[in-house]
Design a binder for this molecule. Structure first.
Ligand code: DQQ
Length: 531
């Protein structure tokens, strides 16, 4: 019952019980989306990992199937870890995944559908010749740092390429393999890319994005009309970072743009890891899936019987500046919107709090836009500071000239508990900087939870643009998109008072100058069918 399980989500992906982590092998086949994911069939903590399997027509409602890949061969007998799908010519899906072999080494295995006329692709057959890639004394690959094959791509020469995450010392890297037939794979002498000090690269991802436009392209596309994105989940930092650059196909190397000569930007500045994209050939878009773990204690996870959710799938494309990616929840999620609530444009004076009535506050989608007129009131930032640190020093109770203003979600009557998602504008040198913060420090009276505050800089110009914020609220998750998807922050919260019908949503301005709400639309979200 939902009253015993106030933190279970209603429209984010999660199985009925137990542990989940990385999304694996997403693909579209015969009009159906397939999602596999790391799953422990036996409990709410990590272990006994298999590839659980669900299918969907819309990336919102999901039907569970039996696990697709589970330990059964010497090359995966101790676990079936992360990997990716590639749709081979003739519409034949293939999965490359990491197996943990009987010696506890990480190796890469191949599996293909048993029956291509089954649209559910229920049964997968492993190659009897697994593993396809393995650490040896000759290749000097570290057998505990060799995992998570990407979706493969086809070169002009007709050869397949795939990446596997690894490291040598502290140098994280994407090892490159080549194949003529997808069956036999050879290591290429040099990695596609590596960076000193980044540590182990988990779940690498490598894909083209159009220079212009929001459409996606297939993973093998290259040319003057695209840029390439290299993403890695950095094990040392537990965040997903990416670089933008070009793929030199002749040399088989990724060359990041100068500003990205290291991993500096993230997909999401909150809790978010082990993400992966795939090309959706139906809607011609690239879709990003990611894992969000709990912020509660392991003891609490075991008590509630589950741990881990996935974010709402996001369409992802290159911003017209060419300097960052933009992410936006797939449009299908809007089918769950019900009972729309609108607020007339109005000024919000400094210190004001306005309740958004008429929406189910634990299960909502809120879009709000602000306009600021008195930019000269912005506080001056004397030196550059990490946005997360800035947000933790300057939480929602600390007033400045411009901000904090934004949303209070999961707020209890009397505000003993609330989570705030807000903007703050600073003047830095000759520019204005917009910060988006997600402040969990007051989210729960239960201090056993991780209450870290998150923050990011959002590249919007407050002189020319409105400051927009969209927040997806779902029982224990707050997924926020600032500047139309230019800054994303996902947080987990476990209020003790602001649960079920006791939760409230407010729009607030705690700055000293007034701001204008130019638009506020909110919806209650229907429950998705996810078993
Ligand atoms: N999770 C998998 C690994 C991967 C890690 C194991 C990332 O393959 O490196 O469950 O969360």
């Amino acid at each position: 019952h939902s009253y015993d399980q106030p933190y279970r989500t209603a429209y984010h992906f999660q199985p009925p019980k137990n542990w989940i982590n990385d999304p694996n092998g997403p693909l579209r086949f015969g009009g159906l989306y397939h999602l596999f994911y790391q799953y422990n069939p036996k409990g709410a903590v990590w272990g006994n990992i298999v590839w659980a399997h669900s299918v969907s027509k819309d990336l919102v409602n999901w039907t569970p199937l039996e696990p697709a890949i589970f330990p059964s061969q010497p090359s995966d007998i101790k676990g079936c870890w992360s990997g990716s799908a590639t749709v081979l010519p003739g519409n034949k899906p293939a999965i490359l995944y990491t197996g943990i072999n009987q010696l506890n080494q990480q190796v890469q295995n191949l599996a293909m559908p048993k029956n291509l006329s089954d649209p559910f692709l229920r049964e997968w057959v492993k190659s009897p010749k697994n593993p396809k890639m393995a650490p040896t004394s000759a290749n000097k690959i570290n057998s505990s740092s060799f995992r998570d094959p990407t979706t493969a791509w086809l070169g002009q020469d007709g050869d397949w390429r795939v990446l596997v995450g690894s490291k040598r010392g502290t140098r994280g890297m994407a090892l490159l393999y080549r194949s003529k037939d997808f069956l036999d794979w050879d290591e290429v002498k040099h990695p596609l890319h590596s960076t000193l000090g980044s540590g182990m690269w988990e779940c690498p991802d490598f894909f083209p994005v159009l220079k212009n436009g929001q459409k996606g392209v297939d993973t093998s596309v290259n040319g003057d009309h695209v840029r390439h994105v290299l993403k890695a989940s950095l094990d040392d930092k537990k965040h997903d970072y990416y670089m933008i650059g070009s793929y030199n196909a002749a040399k088989d190397k990724f060359i990041p743009d100068k500003v990205f000569d290291d991993f500096i930007i993230r997909y999401d500045f909150g809790k978010y890891y082990a993400s992966k994209t795939f090309f959706d050939d139906g809607k011609k878009r690239r879709v990003l899936l990611g894992w969000v773990n709990e912020s509660s204690s392991v003891a609490d996870d075991i008590k509630k019987g589950w741990s881990g959710i996935h974010t709402i799938p996001r369409a992802i494309w290159l911003h017209k500046s060419g300097k960052q990616l933009v992410q936006w929840p797939v449009e299908e999620i809007e089918k769950l919107r019900a009972k729309p609530v609108k607020l007339a444009p109005q000024d919000l004076k400094g210190g004001n709090l306005l309740q958004i009535n008429g929406v189910t506050a634990t299960q909502a989608d809120v879009e709000v836009s602000f306009e600021v007129s008195e930019l000269r009131k912005a506080e001056r930032l004397k030196y550059w500071i990490d946005p997360q640190i800035l947000c933790s020093r300057k939480g929602s109770s600390l007033r400045s000239g411009l901000g904090p203003f934004g949303l209070l979600v999961f707020a209890s009557e009397g505000l003993q508990e609330f989570t705030s998602v807000f903007f703050r504008i600073f003047r830095y040198q000759h520019k204005y900087l917009v910060f988006l913060c997600s402040d969990q420090s007051r989210s729960s009276l239960n201090k056993n939870n991780d209450l870290t505050t998150y923050g990011t800089f959002v590249d919007v110009d407050p002189l020319k643009e409105k400051l927009s914020l969209r927040t997806l609220i779902d029982h224990s998750v707050v997924e926020s998109f600032g500047g139309e998807g230019r800054g994303c922050i996902t947080a987990r919260v476990y209020p003790t008072l602001a649960i079920n019908d006791k939760a409230k949503i407010y729009v607030f301005n705690n700055g000293t100058s007034e701001v204008k709400i130019t638009r506020l639309h909110a919806w209650s979200m229907k429950k998705a069918h996810i078993k």
